[in-house]
Design a binder for this molecule. Structure first.
Ligand SMILES: *[C@@H]1O[C@H](CO)[C@@H](O)[C@H](O)[C@H]1NC(C)=O
Ligand SMILES: *[C@@H]1O[C@H](CO)[C@@H](O)[C@H](O)[C@H]1NC(C)=O
Ligand SMILES: *[C@@H]1O[C@H](CO)[C@@H](O)[C@H](O)[C@H]1NC(C)=O
Ligand SMILES: *[C@@H]1O[C@H](CO)[C@@H](O)[C@H](O)[C@H]1NC(C)=O
Ligand SMILES: *[C@@H]1O[C@H](CO)[C@@H](O)[C@H](O)[C@H]1NC(C)=O
Length: 313
């Protein structure tokens, strides 16, 4: 997914409109092959990134990896380059949600007709240094940033999505505010869109997630192909509705059967359920029925008293 920026032959670098300037200075800093020695920021850090072109792009500096490799900062020698290590599936979901939202808007005929949206996502893990470099990369629209220059024919980045950590977000905001970019921590308020399954949904006035979710099956193949199949939906209403079409799910071949997803197995005869305080209703303990009571069904919430009396006779 990484764009191959080195294929760009003609590059016009546009000097940014500084907040205090009233005119745009346009400078042809490089014609022909891009000259790296010329004006690129010299760095040996290369953040993980994903990008897709579009008429307008969203910059996202997010967290995919959990840790930053040890940054040597005793100033007695050149610090080792910071790198993000240990990717987290939990954080990867934020990236997937970000890309998914952009794709849904892009593919919706009703929201931005005839405009394609793209994105540039950088993994800053927990590092302010990498977040800073990533901000410049997004603004320069190339992985090797050129400070104050856009290395495309025109600027396409329209907004930034911030990082979870406030110190990293603060670093990003310091740069993006300078260039008057909106930073969207809570984005897409009052957007109405139609999902690929044809369901209309919207974010409420607080920008909260709607009550309807598509359930997607993502598969990452060894050859790098990623597929996304809609396998069901979840509707939050007074009576929540979960629909899943099992036959559409492709499981990892390591699973020999559909993985079992149940908090607690049903209580057997003679045991009753006891709800675990603060847990979902499907999580319970199975405790033996008191003396003189029986349970003739699985998962009763109580034993049968009527039989109790009967047994006493
Ligand atoms: C947006 O839509 C265009 C055309 O429909 C497509 O080529 C492009 O890959 C899409 N981009 C994203 C981010 O979904
Ligand atoms: C989008 O492009 C199509 C084909 O060029 C055109 O017919 C249509 O009017 C355009 N829609 C808008 C809203 O510009
Ligand atoms: C990658 O592998 C999957 C599953 O084997 C296959 O369906 C797909 O066509 C492959 N893609 C490419 C580009 O070879
Ligand atoms: C489930 O998915 C299969 C395969 O796409 C399709 O043939 C079938 O009609 C679907 N079933 C329902 C109830 O939607
Ligand atoms: C269990 O016992 C109760 C009380 O006698 C009875 O109403 C109910 O039908 C029984 N259920 C089953 C599954 O046998």
């Amino acid at each position: 997914m990484k764009s191959n920026f080195s294929r760009i032959i003609f590059i016009h670098c546009h000097l940014y409109l500084w907040p205090f300037m009233t005119i745009v200075l346009t400078l042809d800093c490089a014609k022909g092959e891009y000259n790296r020695q010329g004006c690129a920021l010299s760095t040996n850090i290369s953040p993980n990134s994903f990008s897709r072109d579009g008429d307008f792009t969203f910059g996202g500096i997010l967290q995919i990896c959990v840790h930053t490799s040890k940054e040597n900062q005793d100033f007695s020698q050149e610090p080792e380059p910071a790198a993000c290590i240990v990717p987290s599936l939990q954080y990867l979901r934020h990236v997937i949600a970000f890309i998914y939202a952009i794709e849904e808007i892009n593919n919706s005929a009703g929201i931005l007709p005839n405009i394609t949206l793209g994105f540039q996502v950088y993994d800053a893990c927990t590092s302010e240094v990498i977040a800073l470099l990533s901000s410049f990369s997004i603004l320069s629209e190339r992985p090797e940033p050129v400070l104050n220059f856009i290395c495309q024919k025109r600027q396409r980045t329209v907004a930034f999505i911030g990082h979870m950590s406030s110190s990293v977000s603060h670093t990003i905001a310091g740069i993006t505010q300078l260039y008057r970019y909106p930073q969207l921590n809570q984005y897409l308020k009052n957007v109405h869109l139609r999902t690929s399954s044809g369901t209309l949904f919207h974010f409420d006035e607080n920008g909260n997630i709607p009550g309807m979710f598509d359930i997607l099956n993502w598969n990452v193949y060894p050859n790098g192909t990623i597929t996304r199949t809609e396998v069901g939906s979840f509707l939050i209403s007074r009576v929540p509705q979960l629909l899943i079409n099992d036959s559409r799910i492709t499981w990892n071949p390591h699973f020999h059967q559909t993985p079992f997803s149940m908090c607690t197995l049903p209580c057997t005869y003679g045991f009753r359920t006891a709800h675990q305080r603060g847990k979902a209703p499907c999580c319970f303990d199975c405790i033996p029925c008191p003396d003189g009571e029986i349970a003739n069904v699985t998962n009763p919430s109580r034993g049968h008293k009527r039989l109790h009396r009967h047994l006493k006779k």
